[in-house]
Design a binder for this molecule. Structure first.
Ligand code: AMP
Length: 617
């Protein structure tokens, strides 16, 4: 199929031709004609990198009425990076559509500027949920004319705790709108959104439901815990042309792995929550333009990383949450390319691999950590390839040739090869000559049950965690609660983003109406108090404190060491400005709009046929 057969406007076709897109990807050839010809909802199940942005972006652009200034298309996505990427893509696709404005709105940057851009007229808004809610609360964005809402990476948004935000946003949009939902996986929560907000959606699945990208090869290596880093090095050395993304679970491990790689002379850098936005942007730019070969990242920092040509994703540690394996691996094999996902596991983690295999519906192959000999051979061949492919600037070297020939005249061809190769190769000889075999055997007697990873069953590990909870956990107070739009996911996200902890460090969470509590590893107390104090939650600066003694551990479900009525004694979060405070109290008293029930929507065939469209076709 050709793009010209899909029914897109010439102005759009010329822009994608300029981008070098020759033929539509599978998701594009299925969704574009459907969305152009039908006035309906759509679910697109496809992994990242399959061309989803154009799959929804091109028909959306085709349908926008440029003569109207109102917001007709609303795209909601999980991260700032993705928000920027989608906006850039849409701008490129619409460069020949004069008068069409795409405005990205995301947190962590000047909201006033974004408001100004919206006020100038944005037919398409691309937004992250938190910032969009903020704009809605400030009454700075009108969604009453929205014709299509696109939920991109819906599973990732729910993973990040945006469920309530998405509900609240969708409530602000007209009932007759279309919802186009894109997701790599279809967990229950995504199905619930589909059921609640969509009418008889057309479903497109590329590569099978919950199935990983077929262009990704999945490998795993079993090593002793202490050999993890050596094994990583061997794998990198065995893949000299790697352009790779390495995932670690915590900010600390991320920094440590990157430090050790850099000290070993590798072109690697970390990206994690301890870096400022400017530092993260700088690292991402280097990685994107390939001056950086290896990026070591936490799951949180890597969200939305949208870089083509990544050859390897390495799970230095498996993700805490099994769904994250798909998200991590999906960073390679984008746009029809091939890629490899490599997991390093210790002898007790074998069962986790079978759990992941079930989710991705694909085999993960056990591989042997390359031997010294294999690494030597690969490196030597790579050096030779480098020699044969190097461009020789004859004119500049020519005049030095007599001198060089004279200096080298006593060496045979063999001697010369050995010497040139050794200038690069000696570092491997030094390192690997005393190397051990790093392969370990899986421990079949390990305590992991088959569904220990990600299951609801209380296995030994969960029981241990519960037991540990009481002794090793500290309880904390946070001065925001349900009334402020705070929820479980938001708290987890803020903790993981700002402290570098992962879910494993966090225990029980209680979100009450006006404030919240959570348990976390005692050893993280200073870290939490330092990093969470004053963190921004939708315009509020968070106040986080230790609760007193152990008393709240049992009773905190109700209050902060005092009866509910005495709450006013607790320090509240500072608002970042007065306007915010007014907005916030407005919001808590604002009557909630009724959410359409799935039943109401389901019976909507007449409603569907009477939907009034304002798009120009
Ligand atoms: P996406 O899944 O939308 O992030 O797209 C992944 C990458 O594929 C992006 O770099 C797009 O520019 C590129 N891409 C999307 N559609 C096509 C196409 N039909 N032909 C070539 N490249 C494409």
């Amino acid at each position: 199929m050709k793009f010209s057969e899909l029914g897109l406007k010439d102005a759009i076709l010329s822009a994608i031709t300029e981008l070098g897109y020759e033929a539509p990807t599978p998701i594009q050839s299925q969704s574009i004609p459907y969305l152009l010809e039908n006035d309906g909802d759509l679910i697109g199940l496809a992994s990242t990198g399959t061309g989803k942005t154009a799959a929804f972006g091109l028909p959306l652009l085709n349908k926008i009425d440029i003569d109207l200034r109102s917001t007709q298309g609303l795209i909601i996505c999980p991260t700032r990076e993705l928000c920027i990427q989608i906006s850039k893509d849409l701008e490129a696709y619409s460069k020949n559509l004069r008068g069409l404005n795409v405005v990205p709105v995301y947190g962590g940057t000047d909201i006033v500027k974004q408001i100004r851009q919206i006020e100038r007229g944005a037919q398409i808004v691309v937004a992250t949920p938190g910032r969009l809610i903020d704009l809605i609360n400030r009454k700075k964005i009108k969604l009453g004319e929205v014709e299509a809402v696109i939920l991109d990476e819906a599973d990732e948004m729910l993973n990040m705790g945006f469920k309530e935000d998405i509900d609240a946003i969708l409530e602000q949009t007209p009932d007759h709108k279309n919802v186009w939902l894109f997701s790599a996986t279809m967990p229950k929560e995504v199905a619930r959104i589909a059921q609640t907000y969509m009418v008889d959606p057309f479903e497109i699945t590329v590569g099978g439901k919950n199935e990983g990208n077929k262009n990704i090869e999945h490998h795993y290596y079993v090593v002793k815990e202490r050999d993890r880093f050596q094994a990583l090095k061997s794998i990198i050395d065995f893949n000299p042309n790697i352009y790779g993304l390495i995932f670690c679970r915590t900010r600390r491990d991320t920094a440590a792995v990157a430090d050790k790689l850099m000290a070993g002379g590798y072109n690697a850098e970390p990206i994690h929550g301890d870096l400022s936005q400017a530092q993260r942007d700088r690292v991402m730019d280097k990685f994107r333009n390939k001056t950086l070969q290896i990026l070591v990242a936490t799951d949180v920092a890597a969200r939305g990383i949208d870089v083509n040509d990544i050859t390897h994703v390495i799970h230095y540690q498996l993700p805490e949450d099994v769904e994250n394996y798909t998200h991590r691996s999906g960073r390679t094999a984008r746009a029809g390319k091939k890629g490899t996902s490599i997991a390093l596991i210790n002898t007790k983690e074998g069962r986790k691999i079978s759990s992941i295999e079930k989710i991705i519906n694909s085999k993960i192959e056990l591989r042997k950590v390359p031997s010294t000999n294999d690494i030597y051979e690969t490196q030597l061949l790579s050096l030779v390839d480098g020699l044969t492919e190097v461009e020789v600037d004859v004119t500049r070297i020519e005049k030095f040739m007599p001198l060089l020939m004279e200096k080298l005249e006593d060496y045979s061809k063999e001697d010369l090869i050995k010497r040139f190769i050794s200038t690069e190769f000696n570092k491997f000889l030094d390192y690997y000559d005393n190397a051990r075999d790093l392969n370990a055997r899986e421990d079949s007697s390990s305590g992991f049950g088959r569904d220990d990873f990600g299951s609801k069953r209380k296995g030994g590990r969960d029981r241990d965690r519960d037991r540990r909870d009481d002794a090793d956990k500290q309880r904390f107070f946070v001065g925001v609660g349900k009334q402020d739009g705070f929820n479980h996911g938001a708290l987890l996200r803020l903790l993981c983003d700002n402290t570098g902890m992962n879910k494993g460090n966090i225990g029980k969470i209680d979100i009450l109406d006006k404030f919240s509590f959570f348990d976390a590893d005692k050893k993280e107390t200073e870290n939490i108090l330092k990093k969470m104090q004053g963190v921004d939650f939708e315009g509020s600066k968070l106040n986080v404190e230790k609760t007193k003694g152990g008393e709240e551990r049992g009773s905190a479900k109700r209050s902060y060491g005092s009866p509910r009525g005495e709450r006013s004694e607790r320090p509240r979060n500072e608002r970042s400005d007065r306007g915010d405070r007014n907005e916030r109290s407005d919001r808590s008293e604002r009557p909630r709009r009724e959410r359409p029930t799935s039943g109401a929507n389901k019976g909507g065939s007449t409603e569907r046929s009477s939907r009034k469209r304002s798009y120009k076709n």
